[in-house]
Design a protein around this ligand. Structure first.
Ligand SMILES: Cc1cc2nc3c(=O)[nH]c(=O)nc-3n(C[C@H](O)[C@H](O)[C@H](O)COP(=O)(O)O)c2cc1C
Ligand SMILES: C=C(O[C@@H]1CC(C(=O)O)=C[C@@H](OP(=O)(O)O)[C@H]1O)C(=O)O
Length: 385
């Protein structure tokens, strides 16, 4: 499978085209829109999220609630565009240049992007660098999650820490409802209350906060990805999509950074075979986070990602005006104080894409029923092996 997205933050719409989906996959707005709404949520987001109520229009590739095998086109309107029609107009004219953004924000794409594409109005950079683009990626990823669901794979995401406040108790699949109900995507209500206070304080100070997200998937068959070549290794492919998400600066599988400090006997997962309960391999622990040698090993996939604090500061850092070269304060654009909870939602959907793609690679199939048959056969083989 492959996909492309297009669209600017304040342009008319975001567009995504997915190619290579099997036919006969039940698919409708109801599979996509809840993910778009979740991505907009979370305590600490800015006023843009009040303007937008994201929903996807399915423009091709689906008829009567099922994929046909043709490319699927998804469109998400930017409601805010009506306030930016002149500034964003593709026509040549004065308006965009009059309001040029020239005070490059440290931590954002502005300066390097301006030099790279030779823009002096840094809006030409930020419009596409903006994480608004992630609405399109989430729409695409939600389709992947739908496919995974049909193949018996379930995902989850939660906030591990935000602004230095750690959640306690780890992750529990039984706590999914509490996570979904929390505006900080954690079942730890005490930590959430502290996070809210810290976000309020950061906002008052004109500052911003980052955090750590965890994404999990269970029900994955053994052997997605491969050890045979670097670009087929699933850990590398997962890290790529995570790192390509705006503001993500670190990825670990399992608890890799802690494990780097302790001996192997406390890191690797002992193997058993369950002769008494219908067969199948089990592990005493899952410290590897479900991946060995670039392949799923049948255990739960655990990915953790570090998000840096938002770059746009209302109490700005010193910068330089790229037209006059004079010292100035970094541009103050409307902005989020934190987007950590939203990032968990995005990460789950985009990792879901990698997993769905790896499923299709291993099992093939032009249609969902063929894929389902092959996955079922692989699961039986895994147990008996
Ligand atoms: C959901 C989400 C929302 C974001 N909102 C903002 C924002 O309001 N203001 C901002 O400066 N950066 C925001 N960012 C981060 C920037 O887009 C990002 O830092 C920038 O594109 C530079 O890329 P890099 O941080 O990956 O180096 C957001 C990121 C995500 C994932
Ligand atoms: C629009 C979204 O996020 C935006 C991401 C973003 C950035 O610089 O990345 C900057 C802000 O843009 P605006 O100035 O329009 O409020 C965020 O709101 C979104 O997530 O849908």
């Amino acid at each position: 499978m492959r996909f492309l997205t297009a669209g600017e933050s304040h342009g008319p719409q975001l567009t995504a085209i997915i190619e290579g989906l099997p036919s006969q996959l039940p698919l409708g707005k109801a599979d996509i829109d809840p993910w778009l709404r979740k991505r907009q949520g979370g305590y600490g987001r800015g006023r843009r999220m009040v303007i937008e109520t994201d929903e996807a229009q399915i423009m091709s590739g689906v008829r009567a609630g099922r994929t046909t095998g043709a490319p699927v086109t998804l469109v998400i309107a930017n409601k805010d565009h009506r306030n930016w029609t002149e500034i964003m107009s593709p026509e040549e004219g004065g308006e965009p240049r009059k309001k040029a953004l020239t005070d490059a924000r440290p931590g954002h794409a502005d300066l390097a992007g301006g030099i790279k594409y030779r823009h002096k109005d840094l809006r030409d950079v930020l419009e596409r660098a903006s994480a608004r683009e992630t609405a399109a990626r989430v729409a695409v990823g939600s389709v992947a999650l739908k496919l995974l669901g049909e193949l018996g794979v379930q995902g989850a995401n939660h906030v591990v820490s935000l602004g230095g406040i750690e959640t306690k108790g780890g992750f529990d699949w039984n706590a999914l409802e509490a996570i979904e109900e929390s505006d900080l995507r954690t079942a730890d209500a005490d930590a959430a209350a502290q996070m809210r206070e810290r976000i309020d304080a950061a906002k008052t100070a004109g500052d911003t906060l980052g955090g750590i997200l965890e994404v999990r998937f269970r029900g994955l068959p053994v052997g997605l990805g491969s050890y045979a070549h670097y670009d087929r290794k699933l850990d590398g492919r997962i890290a790529q999509v995570c790192m390509s998400l705006q503001a993500m600066k670190g990825v670990e599988i399992g608890r890799a950074f802690d494990q780097a400090r302790i001996p192997g006997s406390s890191v690797h997962d002992a193997v058993r075979y369950a002769t008494d309960s219908g067969g199948g391999y089990t592990r005493d622990t899952n410290r590897a986070g479900g991946l060995e040698a670039g392949m799923t090993n049948g255990e739960e996939l655990i990915v953790r990602v570090a998000m840096k604090p938002i770059a746009t500061l209302m109490t700005p850092l010193p910068t330089v005006n790229v037209v006059t070269h004079e010292a100035s304060d970094a541009a103050r654009e409307r902005s989020d104080t934190t987007a950590v909870p939203a990032a968990g939602v995005i990460l789950q959907t985009i990792i879901g894409w990698v997993l769905a793609d790896a499923m299709l690679e291993k099992f093939g199939g032009d249609t969902l029923p063929e894929l389902q048959e092959r996955v079922a056969a692989a699961r039986a083989y895994e147990k008996a092996y």
